[in-house]
Write a protein that binds this ligand. Structure first.
Ligand SMILES: Cc1cc2nc3c(=O)[nH]c(=O)nc-3n(C[C@H](O)[C@H](O)[C@H](O)COP(=O)(O)O)c2cc1C
Length: 267
């Protein structure tokens, strides 16, 4: 049975989950959602099993995942599953949001929705867990991912998690976040540590960064995935004054090369 897993990731958690599920299933294609943004029209996965893996943003979906989901059309008999990675809370409401978008546009929701807690990466607000705490969190996540892979292997149906608390958080915060997300990069700065290597350009899923005169310039259609901040090898990108003191994070099982979506040269 062929599987396609579409994924969106900033720091590799969702990709790590997708990779592990793919390895357990075999015959699985991993497709970055970001690479489909320039293609027009509906997306019709040629597979019997279709997965969507993504991080939770403000108890909801990254904007790019929401617009991707609206374009998805499924084969009649496909098994559809969703995997939300999150740092603390909000996966239930994000999965419910996805369910609503799919139902509205392709008349069906996912057959199963899963949540995997992984290190939080919203460096604008906090530092990712590190050391033993991070290791323990990732070990627990591994167990959860193995259970998910088993369920997906068996095409098991599983009702989406439900949380009234998260629905309230989503209602209060999500629209506010989305309305400000694109311009969030206005607070991003680049220090003299920048070597113009272009990593930020390559890992940005939104094509939001260009090198101009060997300096990254942000174009204000940011997804706030924080890939540029976390993956800069020189730690030259900051957002406000607080990020300077915060350690960067990338899922230890994902390389920068795997996150790269395009070449780093200036366009
Ligand atoms: C803009 C932003 C908003 C976030 N909001 C939430 C949230 O509401 N709840 C939560 O548990 N984690 C939140 N997180 C943490 C991510 O969901 C979590 O770290 C995720 O595993 C990152 O996946 P990735 O490495 O694939 O990008 C947020 C992260 C970012 C960058």
């Amino acid at each position: 049975m062929k599987t396609i897993i579409y994924y969106f990731t900033g720091t590799g958690n969702s990709l790590a989950a997708a990779k592990k599920i793919a390895a357990a299933l075999g015959k699985t294609e991993l497709v970055p959602i970001a690479t489909l943004m320039d293609t027009p029209g509906d997306i019709m996965p040629a597979a019997e099993r279709v997965g969507i893996a993504f991080p939770v943003y403000f108890a909801g979906l990254p904007a790019m995942v929401a617009s991707f989901a609206a374009r998805l059309r499924f084969r009649e008999a496909a098994y559809v599953f969703a995997v939300a990675t999150f740092g603390g809370a909000g996966a239930a409401s994000a999965l419910r949001q996805l369910d609503g978008i799919l139902r509205e546009n392709s008349s069906r929701g996912p057959d199963a929705g899963f949540a995997v807690r992984m290190p939080g990466n919203y460096i604008l607000m906090y530092e990712s867990p590190k050391g033993e705490k991070r290791a323990a969190m990732l070990a627990t996540a591994d167990g959860e991912i193995a259970r998910i892979a088993d369920a997906v292997q068996k095409c098991r149906k599983q009702e989406l998690p439900r949380s009234l608390f998260e629905q309230v958080i989503h209602a209060l915060m999500y629209r506010w976040f989305i309305s400000r997300a694109r311009g969030k990069d206005r607070i991003f700065t680049v220090s003299e540590k920048c070597t113009a290597c272009g990593t930020c350009v390559s890992v940005c899923p939104a094509k939001n960064i260009e090198l101009v005169d060997k300096k990254p310039v942000f174009l204000h259609h940011c997804e706030v995935c924080c890939a540029c901040i976390h993956n800069c090898p020189a730690q030259a990108i900051e957002a406000g004054t607080k990020t300077e003191r915060r350690q960067r994070y990338r899922n230890p099982e994902v390389t920068v090369a795997e996150l790269k979506l395009r070449k780093g040269e200036s366009q």
